[in-house]
Every structure is written in C-alpha cells, then in structure tokens.
Design a binder for this molecule. Sequence first.
Ligand code: EPU
Length: 335
Amino acid sequence: MLLADYSLLRHNTFGFDARARYAMHIDSVDAAAALATDTRIANMPQLVLGGGSNVVLTRDFDGVALIVAIAGKRVIGEDDDAWLIEAGAGENWHDFVAWTLAQGMPGLENLALIPGTVGAAPIQNIGAYGLEMGERFERLSAVELATGERVEFDRAACAFGYRDSFFKRAGRGRFMITSVVFRLPKVWTPRAGYADVARALEGAANPDAQAIFDAVVAVRRAKLPDWTVLGNAGSFFKNPVVSAAAFETLKQCEPGVVSYPQADGHVKLAAGWLIDQCGWKGRGIGGAAVHDRQALVLVNRGGATGAQVLELAEAIKRDVLARFDVELEMEPVTL
Ligand code: EPU
C-alpha cells in the first residue's frame, strides 16, 4: 500500500519528525522486486529504511520511503564447521541474536543490543566488543531497485571494512537487502577480551555465550543511551585510523591518547576520547548534545533537528582537527 505524507518519526532512532511524501512497507522479496515496475513511484527518489538507527534526517523527503519489513528466521543448513542461519532483512537485530542463542548456536553474542534490523547490519558492517558482523557472514540476497533483479552477494562482493561495505560506496542506494545468511561456527570460542566486557564478566572463569551476551547488554545499558528514551544513532563518528608516524607525533604532545594498533601498522584512535578532551561531553547546540557518558554519541535531548545535529558535528570536527590534527568522519548517513 502506498501511504501519503508519512511521518518518519518512528522510523529513525534520533526521533526527528521528518515526513516522506510517500511510504511503502515491503514485506516480501516479490514486493521488493515489483517496485521497479510500479508506475506510481517511477522516477521518484527512493530511501530504503530499516530501523533508521544509522541515519540523520535533515529535512522532509520528497520521494518514497521503503520500509523493509521482511520477516523470518531459520536454520537453512550446516557443514562440518558451522550452522547456516538465514534471517529476513526486517527482523530486529537484537531479537535475532537472542534467538540464535536460544537455538544453541552462539557466535553473535558480542553484537547484542545493537539497534536496527538484520538487513541494515551488513551495510555498515556492525561491530562491537571485539567482533564484526562480517566475521560471521556467509551471503545476502538483495533486489536491485532500478531493475527488480534478484542478486546474491558473497562476503567478497560485500567488501566489508571497519563500519564500511560495498553498500556504503558503489552500491549506495541501489539495492534493497532482503535476507542475510550467517555462518555460526560449531566450535565456539569466547571473545571476552574487550576491557569493559572483561570487567563485567569478572568472576566468571569460563563464560558461556549467554554470560557474554548479558555482559555486553549490561555494558551497553550503562554507557549508551536508549534511543526510545533519548534519541541517538550510536557512535556518530568512526574511530579515525592514522599512520604510525602521525600517531608518534600525536603521542608526543598527548601521551594519554587512547589507541589501538592495527595489523597493517596503522593506529586506530578512540574518537570518544578526542571529543571528550575537547570538553564537549554534555555540551550541545539547541536540543542536539554530546552524550554525558560517551562523547562519541550525539543525542536529541528533545526538539532537536537533524540540521542542529550536523551543526554540532561540524563544531566537534573543527575542534578535534584544531587540537589533534585528526579528521573525524561521520558514521551515519545523512539525508
Ligand atoms: N573514551 C573517553 N571518553 C568518552 C568515550 C570514550 O575517554 O567519552 C575513551 C575511553 O578510554 C574508552 C575508549 O575511549 O576506553 C573507547 O570507548 P568505548 O569502549 O566506549 O568504545 P568506542 O571506541 O567509543 C566503539 C564503537 C562502538 C562499540 C564500542 C565497543 C565505533 C565508531 N564505535 O566505540 O560502536 O559499541 O567500540 O566495541 O567504532 C556504533 O558503531 O554505533 C557503536 C556504538
């Protein structure tokens, strides 16, 4: 059904009251494939929305919002090493992770409580607490919006990187992901090395997947605002990656800089620390503010607009550049 003048308030976790000229709920692959020949929306800008947890809506959208609501979760096969699990793109990510644990198929527990949908997960290759989704990914199915053609993408075709994939680059805006297949290893090993998670697990000698799931949920609840209470889109910037030489120069002036050496010799910096050092924690512009427990998260304290959030982000970028000579890159996509 084509809905007119549709409020996107409940479809973006920042809670911006933007409207779309039209909206459609897409609940099957056939419905996704039929879009290409739907004359009512031909030549109209299209915006694919999952949970809206990684988007900044700065204005009303003069086009059709395609809200992905394709359901279903099932075990589709196994080989010697792993189970293959398929989920519809519209499934809630956290509920899906909990379901895999209930099936006795761990492997995604570090990614508990990440807002959004299964279909959005590959777009920015969600990651947290020592695991990236790409490590558990087998393949995905998508529909090319312009042609209605059904396409499969294996891991190589997705070109996953840190908060990055083909779907944020050359594939941006061209596809609707309809389902994702995950590969969950039969021999499970815990990933409990991330400092906050290790602390939350203290005392547990051999944590099982449920214990890690619970620890991740506890850490996230303590640090990250619940978007249903305080609108936000998680980390607003990527953690910047700099050369070893640039890092050495920085470290001489800023010995406390929080950093993570990368396998290729580069160094990832904690953007939250950089922003925090610039004194931004808890400060804001209008209703848009820096979260008081995690400086990497921008929040809508109420009544903020997307434009104010972007203005705040620019001010933060300027300060971080001036003080540390480091360029921050936004994580969410902007409309
Ligand atoms: N820090 C501060 N002040 C702050 C925030 C952080 O000093 O206000 C320092 C702390 O020293 C802390 C370090 O920065 O130890 C790292 O902070 P944290 O553990 O909270 O993680 P992060 O690097 O800020 C990243 C991801 C999160 C993910 C966590 C855990 C990015 C952009 N963000 O945040 O992902 O949950 O690690 O793995 O990579 C998201 O992408 O939306 C997201 C929430």
